[in-house]
Write a protein that binds this ligand. Structure first.
Ligand SMILES: *Cc1c(COP(=O)(O)O)cnc(C)c1O
Length: 371
């Protein structure tokens, strides 16, 4: 029974704040249903703030987005996966990231029947060791590319593995060097294209990686990749757009020595007041928060007691006198000091803010037009 509220004003302000940190073009990354914030609504808000480039997670997501944004540039960060994806590229004007020979060969064949040349982003492997053409592929790639008459090179892109670590700067610079070597080889053959490397953390901390186009994701949603590090000031001003609330279902006294919920794995150290909250792992609330998470109500932190169940959780409400059945507590967010950030919650779970947003964002959402 979780309710997710997305503050569109925060999304817009975050986009504008990031825009002030760079002179490059900005591709707003809204893959994964905009990190759980809602693909179409998020894109519309960002578009109102001036965004005209969007990175989506799949060609299918791109086709959905095209229905609400007629003229923006849409990039599919994963490129075509299924055969039906290839036709959509042309019909919905989606620019694919291409990372493999198989994709390139199929695209080359289908592009013969397309109206226009297909703009392509080639994804290069520079250190992440995941997807992308490798250094050793370069000569062959250049040769094959010259036979791809239906395609035109729009951008060379790569992705950073350690931009969000204060200790990772050396590796960022190593990847940047490798990436620039690649670009020089293409430029030497006379190609003109955009260069793109930076994610959120690199926008904030590594200006030399900005190049022609930056690709912020998590920071648009208000997460500061450097929260709780010496570089926290670099992400100052970002505001979390997602808040999540759950209802109080019941309140009970708990006698000293009484156990709570499955396994009775919380044992009251003194007389307490407990509140039963209507959320659990069926709502993508995290069972890993059993006995270690917190909720938030009117300036106070409420510790989770015992196991998080399928639809129920229990919190310590001792001394919180105005809490009653029907009250709503914050599971994520909440205003003022003590509001719960996705990054903080991720810390309780040995996870990352991205997963918190994607998981909780699967619940029913509303978008406020505040501001
Ligand atoms: C997800 C993604 C991004 C955004 O990364 P953040 O860390 O969320 O800013 C940028 N580029 C690519 C290729 C991505 O897949």
């Amino acid at each position: 029974m979780l309710k997710v509220e997305i503050n569109s004003r925060c999304l817009k302000d975050n986009f504008l704040l990031l825009g002030r940190k760079t002179s490059s073009k900005v591709m707003a990354v809204i893959k994964g249903d905009a990190y759980g914030h809602g693909l179409e609504e998020t894109a519309r808000s960002l578009h109102q703030a001036g965004a005209d480039r969007f990175g989506v997670g799949s060609v299918q997501e791109g086709a959905r987005l095209r229905k609400c944004l007629e003229n923006s540039q849409i990039y599919s960060l994963l490129g075509p996966v299924y055969s039906e994806d290839y036709q959509l590229l042309d019909r919905q004007r989606i620019i694919p990231f291409i990372h493999s020979w198989e994709q390139l060969k199929t695209l080359k064949e289908v592009a013969c029947s397309f109206r226009d040349k297909v703009p392509v982003v080639l994804k290069l492997e520079t250190g992440m060791n995941r997807l992308g053409f490798r250094g050793g592929d370069l000569q062959e790639l250049l040769e094959i590319w010259e036979s791809c008459r239906g395609l035109k090179l729009h951008m060379l892109a790569s992705h950073l593995s350690q931009a969000d670590s204060v200790q990772g700067r050396q590796e960022v610079l190593r990847q940047l060097d490798r990436y620039k070597d690649y670009c020089r080889a293409w430029q030497a053959r006379g190609y003109v294209f955009e260069k793109s490397l930076a994610n959120s953390a690199a926008i904030l901390a590594h200006p030399e990686t900005h190049l022609d186009c930056v690709r912020p994701g998590i920071s648009l949603y208000g997460d500061n990749p450097f929260e709780h590090t010496p570089w926290a000031y670099k992400g100052e001003g970002l505001a979390q757009a997602m808040q999540v609330r759950a209802p109080v279902l019941a309140l009970h006294d708990l006698k000293k020595g009484a156990g709570v919920s499955y396994g009775l794995c919380f044992n009251a150290p003194r007389d307490m007041r407990m509140a039963v909250i209507g959320c659990g792992y069926a709502d993508n609330y995290f069972r890993g928060l059993s006995n270690r998470g917190w909720m938030f109500y009117q300036g106070r932190r409420l510790p989770v007691l015992g196991r998080v169940c399928m639809q129920l959780s229990v919190v310590d409400a001792t001394g919180v006198n105005d809490l009653c059945p029907g009250s709503q507590v914050f599971v994520l967010g909440g205003s003022g000091a003590g509001g719960i950030s996705a990054r903080e919650m991720a810390g309780w779970l040995d996870s990352i803010s991205y997963e918190i947003f994607c998981s909780l964002g699967k619940n029913p959402r509303t978008h406020s037009r505040a501001g």
